[in-house]
Each structure stands twice: as C-alpha cells, then as structure tokens.
Design a protein around this ligand. Structure first.
Ligand SMILES: NC(=O)c1ccc[n+]([C@@H]2O[C@H](COP(=O)([O-])OP(=O)(O)OC[C@H]3O[C@@H](n4cnc5c(N)ncnc54)[C@H](OP(=O)(O)O)[C@@H]3O)[C@@H](O)[C@H]2O)c1
Length: 296
C-alpha cells in the first residue's frame, strides 16, 4: 500500500509510521520539519494550510491510504487563533480527502466532540463541542465525510511521547515526578485513553480487515480519572505517587472550557476487531517498555 501520513513527527504519527513502515508499504510522511527523526526520503516538508502543497502532494504521490493525524492540538492556542485552527484542523482535512478521493481516508478526531456532561458516549450520541479545538475537529469530520465515502472517523483520546520530548500529559507527569516535583491530578475529569501504539495497530487492523467505513470510538476498556491515570503511571515507572495531589476542578477553571467526562464506548470497533487488546494496563506497560528503550 502507498500511505500518505500527515503529522509524522507527532506523538501519534510517529507510532503510525513505525507500525506501517514495512516491506509491503510505502509510507510518505508530511511535517513542517524533520525534528531530528531519521526518516530519510520518507518525509516531505510542507505546510498543510498551503492548499497548493496539499493538492500537489495528493496528485504526485497518489496514495491508496491517507492517515491524517496532523492538527493543532493545543487547546489554548486553538481558541486564540481560530482562523489558523480552522485552516489546519478542518479545511486541510477536507481538502486532503477531496484531493485523494479514491483513497481510504483515516481522520483522527477526538473524544472532545462531546460536552462531557454524562460520559459513556456511543457513536450516535449527540456531539456538542465546548471549545474551538473541539469545534474544529468536528468540522474536520464533516468536511471529510462530505468529500469521500471511504472515510474512517476515529474519535479517541491518547497518551504517549514525542521525540524530542514534548508536553503531553504523560511527558509532563514523568518529567516532574522524576525531578521529585509535586503535580496535581484531576479526580473529577474522566477519560479512557489508548497508548498511541495501540491506536496505530488498531488503524492497521481496521484497514487490513476492511472494517466498514464510518465513525468509530477508539477508547480503552475501562474509564479512569486523570488522577488515577497519573497514579498508574507513577506505579509502573516506580516513581513516588505521593507527589500526586488529587484535586477537583470546574470545567471552566482550566483556562479554556473543557469537557469533564469524555468516556467513549468501544463496543462498535471491538465488534470488528474482537482479538485486539484495548486495556489501559497493556497500554501503560507497552509505553513503559517503549519509553525506557527509546523505542520510537
Ligand atoms: N494529544 C492528545 O491528547 C489527543 C487527544 C485526542 C485527539 N487527538 C488527535 O490526535 C491527533 C494526533 O495528535 P498528536 O498528539 O499526535 O499531535 P502532535 O504530537 O501535536 O503532532 C501534530 C503533528 O501535526 C503536524 N503539524 C502541525 N501543524 C502542521 C501544519 N500546519 N502543516 C503540516 N503539519 C503540521 C506536526 O508537525 P510539526 O513537527 O511540523 O509541528 C506534528 O507532526 C490529532 O489529530 C489530535 O486532534 C490528540
């Protein structure tokens, strides 16, 4: 397969690259810079907000599959620069899907399309994004499904790490805990995230097994608070969990308003991938091994 992968230098994109890069596939990644990654000729440098660049790459590479992970994921900056966020998170997705209409299109969305008032959402639950990041991702979903009927819309939450190290929840926690610094964990914010490596393998299986196109929730089997998630991380990495202070927050006390309970049911995807492991424990265990071995 010829796979066009946006966001190849990102937390998820890097794992997707690692998973798909084998003798059967040609993977071409897009990013704005190489970030010290050894991707050789597998990366093309360009900005997805440049429409001509998107059209040119679609024509010249002519992919069988597009995996679109690139986005501005910084919720605060999305709220500040809505115009740019719309261009990147929504329009570029739609244009890419339109320009690669014959390809299978994987659009990585977010559990934040729900308002988090009740949790335990299924794919038919009413969406009601609370901030501009979430609005832009939902708009991206719509533009993609308008442009192609060969799309997988994957709503999810993830944890993982960057290379070089970034600012994700896990990276923030581990860096502070290793330095013996106290951190806070939200006891009343709930999610069911997957490790990026789990997501990459689910995407691969979805494509290979020709799961019907549509919207899917990629969530872990169990629901967990952000506080309990950090405790699990501290335990697995043998760090001092007493440094984690559990607090309750309001959804508007975190700067930009955020959803409190974005837990998503994974029954639909599991129907098609019954042998796949969606557990948080496996995810954290794999993360532990990858992180210590510098495996991505
Ligand atoms: N992280 C989360 O907790 C989370 C939760 C739910 C859903 N998601 C979704 O999962 C996906 C992956 O997130 P992530 O955490 O892996 O993101 P990330 O680590 O921030 O990576 C974003 C990627 O997008 C690329 N990118 C950004 N702006 C670009 C532009 N203008 N043109 C071309 N490439 C650009 C970045 O490349 P550069 O190296 O050039 O910056 C980077 O490779 C996103 O679609 C996000 O909405 C993430």
């Amino acid at each position: 397969m010829k796979i066009l992968l946006t966001g190849v230098t990102g937390m998820l994109g890097r794992q997707v690259y690692k998973t798909f890069k084998n003798q059967k596939n040609i993977v071409l990644g897009i990013a704005r810079n190489r970030k010290n990654l050894e991707l050789g000729n597998d990366i093309v440098i360009g900005d997805l907000t440049d429409k001509q660049f998107v059209k040119n790459i679609a024509i010249s590479f002519n992919p069988d599959v597009v995996i679109h992970t690139a986005a501005n994921v910084n919720v605060n900056s999305c709220d500040v620069d809505k115009k740019y966020t719309h261009l990147l998170n929504s329009e570029s997705a739609g244009l890419l899907a339109k320009s690669c209409r014959d390809a299978t299109f994987v659009y990585i969305s977010t559990d934040a399309v729900y308002d988090g008032k009740i949790g335990n959402y299924d794919e038919n639950s009413l969406t009601n994004p609370l901030n501009y990041y979430a609005i832009s991702k939902l708009n991206g979903e719509k533009l993609v499904t308008d442009a192609t009927n060969k799309a997988y819309i994957m709503r999810l939450n993830i944890y993982g790490f960057h290379n070089p190290t970034g600012q994700s929840l896990f990276e923030w926690a581990i860096n502070n805990l290793r330095d013996g610094k106290e951190i806070v964990g939200f006891k009343n914010v709930f999610f069911n995230p997957l490790y990026t490596n789990q997501v990459a393998h689910i995407i691969e299986k979805t494509i290979i097994d020709q799961v019907p196109f549509g919207t899917y929730h990629l969530g872990a089997d169990s629901y967990i608070s952000k506080y309990d998630f950090l405790i699990k991380i501290a335990e697995r990495f043998n760090l001092d969990k007493s440094l984690i202070d559990g607090v309750n927050v309001n959804n508007n006390s975190m700067g930009v308003v955020r959803a409190m309970n974005t837990t998503i049911k994974n029954n639909k995807i599991k129907l098609f991938l019954p042998d796949t492991d969606f557990s948080i424990e496996t995810g954290i265990d794999t993360l532990y091994k990858d992180f210590l071995s510098g495996n991505i």
